[in-house]
Design a protein around this ligand. Structure first.
Ligand code: BG6
Length: 468
């Protein structure tokens, strides 16, 4: 008998990656470069054309090795796998009239292979991998032209993969461009632009309209598929109980909620207009945009959760920070990862409750995990107990949220197999339960090795989250 604190039957368990961080083969079978392919050291390293090394060009060669990797996922009992479709495999420059058949075929084979292994596909349509040719020619998403390029791409893939993909996410971490400007790869907006905020919120508006039109299109083409929003969520705490700090924390939260508010509720929330006015932001909307956004909201909401943030009234915007810490102030009460990210499982329970209270939509945790350095012992074993602790803590927190009444559908841990870090370009920032023998310069055999956490996660899934 099902008890309150058990995950529902049919819960989705698995893992998530992004095409550009795993596939490699960056110019193979007609593909052209995307924004991800000019990140030499992750987005912190900026957009660079003159670097001697780009980790996404080879990545972990998932492009050629996916069968082996899907087998491992199946062995770990995954019933869901989330990845993205590399836009430039399908439309190499974004502007072609006809899609690239080799690219289409690749994903068809991949999805069929997943199906064969009993794995449901969740696809991020755009995961920081916009055609570079489009960015070079038209700037970023603040240019409305992107809307049609994106919709052409969506139509092609949804038509081709009808019945093979159950969950579509329109944009990875929508809003990161606006909230974390250094994350230029999200909407192609150079963080050094004049009128940065103006450009970013204009880009966001175009992505909202694009997302709603994509939702409409997907529902029409494949009525069995569901469409979700995907936001980056960091639970926010005020630094003290000083009212100024609480107000600052609330304001900071709203900056993040803005994106899911629009996508889940179907309209710009009232609070944003004041923010726009005070920051001299004028979002240009075309006739019909508001109607489109209102009519085509998402079916469910997904988010990434790695850590919480601390905000105070004296705190500077993350945009002005250059360090690896995007989370604001240090929380003295919580442990941190090797990369300074707070470890806060209770923050995930709070996140799930807040999001469910706010939207009453089914939720999915589609990214969560620990980036850590792993050591291969002399006997070849990788004893990543720290990763087991991290994941167990967060799964326990999800179980609490389920007991609180949250409608949680699934969990895809980030990077079940080690991949290139988005932020830093490192291989040594490892999330996987499967180790990949490659270093930060791409040296190594690329061989896959199960870590201790592999067997642990396999059993967690087998017990539907009962045994942690
Ligand atoms: C999320 C992104 O923000 O965080 C992923 O959607 C990314 O692409 C993940 O990999 C973890 O960040 P990082 O910098 O450790 O790879």
């Amino acid at each position: 008998k099902q008890t309150r604190s058990q995950f529902p039957k049919g819960f989705y368990w698995g893992g998530a990656i992004a095409a550009n961080q795993a596939e490699g083969a960056y110019l193979e079978d007609g593909k052209q470069p995307s924004t991800a392919d000019i990140k030499s050291r992750g987005f912190f390293g900026g957009l660079r054309r003159d670097a001697d090394y780009y980790p996404t060009h080879k990545a972990i060669d998932f492009y050629h090795r996916y069968k082996e990797d899907l087998k491992l996922f199946q062995e770990a009992n995954f019933n869901i796998f989330r990845t993205s479709i590399n836009w430039t495999r399908i439309y190499p420059t974004g502007e072609e009239d006809n899609p690239n058949e080799a690219g289409l075929k690749y994903y068809e084979d991949l999805f069929k292979e997943a199906q064969k292994n009993g794995i449901t596909m969740m696809i991020t349509i755009s995961h920081y991998e916009t055609p570079l040719a489009l960015i070079d020619k038209y700037g970023g998403w603040d240019n409305r032209k992107f809307l049609n390029f994106y919709l052409k791409f969506v139509k092609t893939i949804v038509t081709r993969y009808k019945g093979l993909v159950k969950f579509w996410l329109t944009f990875n971490e929508i809003g990161n461009a606006s909230v974390v400007p250094i994350c230029w790869d999200a909407a192609g907006i150079d963080p050094n632009s004049d009128n940065l905020q103006q450009r970013m919120y204009q880009a966001a508006h175009h992505q909202f309209v694009a997302s709603s039109l994509a939702t409409k299109m997907i529902h029409e083409i494949d009525p069995n598929a569901k469409v979700g929003a995907m936001i980056a969520y960091k639970t926010v705490y005020p630094y003290t109980c000083k009212v100024e700090d609480v107000k600052a924390a609330e304001a900071s939260k709203r900056k993040e909620y803005f994106f899911s508010d629009v996508q889940a509720r179907g309209y710009y929330p009232s609070y944003i207009w004041r923010y726009f006015e005070e920051n001299n932001i004028h979002v240009k909307m075309e006739t019909g945009d508001e109607e489109i956004i209102r009519q085509h909201t998402v079916d469910f909401l997904t988010f990434s959760y790695y850590r919480s943030r601390v905000v105070s009234a004296d705190y500077e915007e993350p945009a002005e920070k250059t360090s690896d810490s995007l989370e604001g102030l240090v929380n003295p009460h919580l442990p941190k990862t090797d990369w300074g990210w707070t470890i806060d499982p209770d923050g995930l329970r709070l996140a799930l409750n807040e999001l469910y209270d706010r939207y009453q939509l089914p939720l999915f945790v589609v990214e969560n995990g620990l980036g850590a350095k792993d050591k291969v012992e002399e006997d070849g074993l990788i004893n990543d107990d720290y990763r087991i602790d991290y994941l167990a803590g967060h799964i326990k927190a999800m179980r609490e949220a389920v007991a609180d009444g949250v409608d949680l559908k699934g969990y895809t841990m980030w990077g079940p197999i080690d991949i290139v870090s988005n932020g830093t370009g490192q291989m040594s920032k490892r999330y996987g339960i499967i180790y990949v023998d490659l270093d930060d310069n791409g040296n190594g055999t690329g061989d896959r090795v199960k870590k201790k956490s592999f067997e642990w996660y396999r059993r967690v899934i087998e017990s539907n989250g009962d045994i942690l």
